[in-house]
Design a protein around this ligand. Structure first.
Ligand SMILES: [Zn+2]
Length: 449
C-alpha cells in the first residue's frame, strides 16, 4: 500500500481517467457496436482474459473480461437494462486505468494486487436491449426481475456466473431516471448506492455489513467531487431482483445507480464517478480501509428521493374547472423520444425543476383545438395568431398540416376529452394575463406571444 490517505489516490484515478478514458464512448447511448473496438483493445492486454461466456436471445455474444488471479473474487456487470449504458463505459475505462497503472504504478494498490484479487467484468449483459435501447431483453423480459424464474438467457447466464465464480463482492451497475435527488434537495442524485437486502426483514449479516462499509468508503471519496449529489437507494427487499438474490449467496452486493448531473446529457460525470467509486472500493478492500466504517457512515448518506426533480416546473398556474378557480403547480417531464407531458399537478413545493418558470398572475386558457378542414401551411406568424386566439392544438388528419413554423405542434385525431391541464397530457397550452395571451407552452417549450 503506498498511501492510506483516501483523498490523494482518488485524485490520481480522476486524472488518469481524464487522460485515458475511451472518448469514443461519450455518447447518449451505447450499443454492441460501440463497445466492440474497446473490448478488442482491452482483450489485447496480456493481463486481461477476454472470453465469450454466453449469448443473448438473438445470439449476440456476451463477454467477460477477467483481470487478476487472487482469492478475493469481484464480479461486476452492467447494462442488464439495455437502456442504461453509463457504467458500461465506466467499467471499460476502469480496466484501461488499471492497465495504464501496470506501467505508471500511480494508484494506491499493492504491487502484487493481481495475486490478491480476481476482477470479473461483464459489460453489457443485455446486448439486445442495448441495440433496441430498451430496458427489457428481446423476450420483453426485465432481466432484473428474472432472478428466480431464469427464463431469459441473459439472466440464466448471470446466475450461472454467480454460482461458478462465487463472488465475494458483486457490483450491480445501473442507471436511474434523472429525477432522483440526494435527500430533499434540488440536487440530482448523480450516484446512488445500495447494499440490497437478502430477506424482507433487511437483516444485516457480515457480507452485507461489508457492502455498506465499502459504500461508505466510496461515498466518502466521491464527496470530494459531488458533495451534494450522492444518494442512498431504498433497500426494500425485491424478491425477483438479482442484487437481492446474489446478496443471499453471501456476496457483499453493491448496487450503483448512475444519475443526472446539470448540463451533462451523456452522464459523463456519473461515468467518471463510477470509475472513482470502483477504484476506491478496490483500494478500501485491499487495504482493509472499509473496516473503519460503521453502519452509521452508510446511513449518513442522504436518501435517494424519487421524483424530487422534474424537467420543467411551472409554479402557481391559475386554471378554471367549471366555475371554480384554482391555483396549482404543474410539472412537465420530457421522455427519451422528446415528448413533453404533464407529470404532476398540485402543490409541488417539495419538487424542483431543472427549469423553473413562475406562472404567477397568469392563467391557462381552456384547452382548445382547431379543426383542420383542409391543407394548412403553418408558418410562425399564422401559428402565433392561432395561439393568441387560444387554439393550442390541431384536430384532424396530421397529413393536412405542413408545419413550417419551427415550433412544435400537436395534432390529434379527435378533440381532447378535457379542457384543463391533466396528468399525462401533452404539454401544450396558452397562458394569458390581464392584457391577453402572454405565452404558449409547446411541447414544454415556452414561447412568448
Ligand atoms: Zn436498471
Amino acid at each position: 500500500m503506498k498511501a492510506a490517505h483516501p483523498h490523494l489516490p482518488a485524485q490520481t484515478i480522476a486524472s488518469l481517467w481524464q487522460a485515458h478514458h475511451f472518448s469514443d464512448l461519450n455518447k447518449p447511448h451505447l450499443r454492441p457496436d460501440d463497445i466492440r473496438p474497446v473490448l478488442e483493445k482491452l482483450g489485447e492486454y496480456a493481463d486481461i482474459d477476454k472470453r465469450v461466456i454466453g449469448h443473448s436471445c438473438t445470439g449476440r455474444p456476451i463477454e467477460r473480461l477477467t483481470l487478476g488471479h487472487g482469492p478475493m473474487v469481484v464480479l461486476a456487470w452492467t447494462q442488464m437494462h439495455g437502456d442504461e449504458p453509463t457504467a458500461t463505459a465506466a467499467v471499460l475505462d476502469w480496466l484501461e486505468m488499471l492497465m495504464v497503472n501496470n506501467t505508471s504504478n500511480e494508484l494506491a494498490l499493492p504491487d502484487h494486487w493481481h495475486s490478491l484479487v480476481t476482477l470479473h467484468i461483464i459489460p453489457m449483459l443485455n446486448p439486445d436491449g442495448a441495440q433496441r435501447m430498451t430496458r427489457v431483453n428481446e423476450q420483453g423480459i426485465d432481466i432484473n426481475r428474472d432472478a428466480r424464474q431464469l427464463q431469459s438467457p441473459e439472466g440464466k447466464l448471470l446466475w450461472q456466473q454467480v454460482l461458478e465464480l462465487k463472488p465475494d463482492i458483486a457490483f450491480n451497475l445501473h442507471d436511474q431516471n434523472p429525477y432522483y435527488t440526494a435527500g430533499n434537495t434540488a440536487y440530482p442524485a448523480t450516484i446512488a448506492f445500495l447494499a440490497p437486502a437478502f430477506h424482507p426483514d433487511k437483516h444485516v449479516d457480515a457480507p452485507r455489513l461489508r457492502a455498506k462499509q465499502l459504500i461508505a468508503c466510496m461515498a466518502d471519496t466521491l464527496s470530494h467531487w459531488l458533495p451534494c449529489h450522492i444518494g442512498r437507494y431504498d433497500d426494500t427487499y425485491s424478491l425477483r431482483s438479482f442484487g437481492d438474490n446474489i446478496a443471499g449467496t453471501g456476496a457483499s452486493t453493491i448496487l450503483i445507480e448512475s444519475g443526472a448531473y446539470p448540463n451533462d446529457p451523456h452522464r459523463q460525470v456519473a461515468r467518471k464517478m463510477n470509475v472513482i467509486a470502483l477504484q476506491s472500493a478496490l483500494e478500501a478492500l485491499l487495504g482493509n480501509l472499509f473496516q473503519q466504517k460503521s453502519l452509521a457512515d452508510y446511513y449518513r448518506i442522504p436518501d435517494n428521493v424519487e421524483d424530487g426533480l422534474v424537467d420543467i416546473k411551472f409554479s402557481q398556474v391559475r386554471q378554471q374547472l367549471g366555475s371554480t378557480d384554482y391555483i396549482a403547480d404543474i410539472s412537465v417531464n420530457i421522455d427519451k423520444a422528446g415528448r413533453a407531458s404533464i407529470r404532476h399537478i398540485g402543490d409541488l413545493s417539495a419538487q424542483a425543476g431543472f427549469t423553473q418558470i413562475s406562472a404567477y398572475h397568469t392563467s391557462v386558457n381552456p384547452l382548445k383545438g382547431i379543426t383542420l378542414d383542409g391543407p394548412l401551411v403553418l408558418d410562425e406568424k399564422r401559428y402565433k395568431a392561432l395561439l393568441r386566439e387560444g387554439f393550442c392544438y390541431f384536430v384532424g388528419d396530421a397529413k393536412l398540416l405542413d408545419n413550417q413554423s419551427g415550433l412544435p405542434c400537436l395534432c390529434v385525431a379527435a378533440p381532447l376529452s378535457y379542457t384543463n391541464l391533466f396528468v399525462g397530457a401533452d404539454a401544450y397550452w396558452v397562458m394569458t394575463d390581464n392584457e391577453g395571451a402572454k405565452r404558449a407552452v409547446l411541447n414544454g417549450l415556452t414561447v412568448p406571444l
